[in-house]
Design a protein around this ligand. Structure first.
Ligand code: ATP
Ligand code: MG
Length: 246
């Protein structure tokens, strides 16, 4: 398999606040891994650093053997890291099909779409995410669960090796969560390495075999969800803020 992502001593400061503090971990190719931590722990900042939306103050990030530390987001996506955002973002004046087609026109997306055509590739992604019946309408009319699916579809259109999902279950009903769970499992089965955040461990517990826990910018535990959930420092990090795992 081999290491796909190697993060060493990553640090990000916003003024006096250290949002990510000397954070190191590795992800193996094909892994399915979670990142948990209470609100403000630094999860989104880690994703922003991995995708070039923020530049680190210290530390390094290697992806697929390449040093991507401080690289621009477009270069990073062209190497094969795609992401979704915690708050959904779409091109609201384009149809759902065109929203995904934009990603299919990216350099890595074109590797697939040049043979089958952009529309065909985008449609196949909409089928996978369960939105093909809504291809010709704008996203503005979609319920929240469908918007989250569209975010994943747009990321998948760039043909990623590593997919970062920031709180993919946030704001969803239980039923909608199950739909997204199926979709993420399918992508993982197709060989995409998945790294996803959540601030309640329960959602991730049944999905991922490995989870990183962070608190105040620091990595505090790394292991199987059950082990991490029982970790004293993890319990304190959550219970100290009145949040739990149940
Ligand atoms: N651009 C920024 N400027 C200043 N402070 C920031 C910025 N981005 C994040 N922070 C701060 O960094 C810390 C980590 O924020 P981050 O959004 O990474 O946490 P999170 O774990 O994703 O939280 P949540 O569970 O609420 O999504 C917080 O204290 C936040 O206020
Ligand atoms: Mg966040």
């Amino acid at each position: 398999m081999g290491v796909i992502l190697e993060v060493k001593n990553l640090t990000k400061k916003f003024g006096g606040l250290t949002a990510v503090n000397d954070f190191s971990f590795e992800i193996e190719r094909g892994e399915f891994i979670g990142l948990i931590g209470p609100n403000g722990a630094g999860k989104t900042t880690i994703f922003n650093l991995l995708t070039g939306f923020e530049k680190p103050n210290a530390g390094s990030i290697r992806f697929d053997g390449i040093n991507i530390t401080g690289m621009s987001p477009y270069k990073i996506v062209n190497l094969g890291i795609a992401r979704t955002f915690q708050l959904v973002r779409s091109f609201k004046f384009l149809t759902i099909l065109d929203n995904v087609s934009v990603s299919c026109l990216s350099p890595r997306g074109k590797k697939v779409s040049k043979d089958i055509g952009t529309e065909e590739y985008a449609s196949s992604i909409l089928t996978a995410v369960g939105l093909v019946d809504k291809a010709r309408i704008p996203p503005i009319v979609l319920p929240h669960g469908d918007l989250r699916k569209l975010q994943i579809g747009k990321a998948v259109g760039t043909n990623p090796q590593l997919l970062l999902l920031d709180e993919p279950f946030s704001g969803l009903s239980h039923e909608e969560q199950l739909g997204i769970t199926d979709l993420i499992n399918k992508l993982h089965d197709d060989g995409v390495t998945i790294f996803m955040t959540g601030h309640v461990l329960r959602e991730l517990m049944t999905l991922v075999p490995r989870v990183l826990a962070m608190h105040q910018g620091k990595l505090i535990a790394d292991g199987p969800p059950r082990e991490v959930a029982g970790h004293k420092i993890v319990l304190e990090a959550y219970l100290g803020r009145g949040e739990g795992f149940a």
